[in-house]
Design a protein around this ligand. Structure first.
Ligand code: FES
Ligand code: FES
Length: 132
């Protein structure tokens, strides 16, 4: 039922660790199944240097979180914001129809983390400007 790639990422998830000194983090949970993902980012010059995550969920949510991290690492924030569920599913050589929604977790949590980072930076910029 699952592709070889999905099984590999489920058995050996890439970048699965928490990051206490992350520059940004973002979470997303799927209320329909209770699965939950938090993504952590280290960012330099608007490029994702490091990405990790903690995930509580099904086999497909673990595999898709892992693949999200592989696809996002080394990308600019703009490129990473553009990563889609389809790309993640394709990179995993497909997901069963009833598991395709699991790829949503990775995409949403990653976008939330990036948007938090951009919003915080904007607010900091605002404070800096208002201090001068
Ligand atoms: Fe969502 Fe398994 S935890 S279906
Ligand atoms: Fe919903 Fe896996 S069943 S994320």
């Amino acid at each position: 039922m699952y592709s070889q790639k999905v099984m590999e990422h489920f058995m050996c998830p890439q970048n699965a660790y928490s990051m206490p000194d992350a520059d940004a983090e973002g979470s997303f949970g799927d209320p329909s199944c209770g699965d939950m993902l938090t993504v952590y980012l280290k960012i330099k010059n608007n490029v994702i240097q490091e990405i990790s995550y903690l995930v509580f969920g099904c086999c497909a949510s673990i595999a898709t979180s892992s693949m999200t991290s592989v696809l996002a690492k080394g990308k600019s924030l703009n490129e990473a914001l553009g990563i889609t569920e389809e790309e993640i599913i394709e990179a995993l050589d497909g997901l069963p129809e009833n598991k395709r929604h699991c790829s949503n977790l990775g995409v949403r949590a990653l976008r939330n983390a990036i948007n938090h980072y951009l919003n915080t930076k904007q607010t900091e910029g605002f404070h800096e400007n208002s201090n001068t």
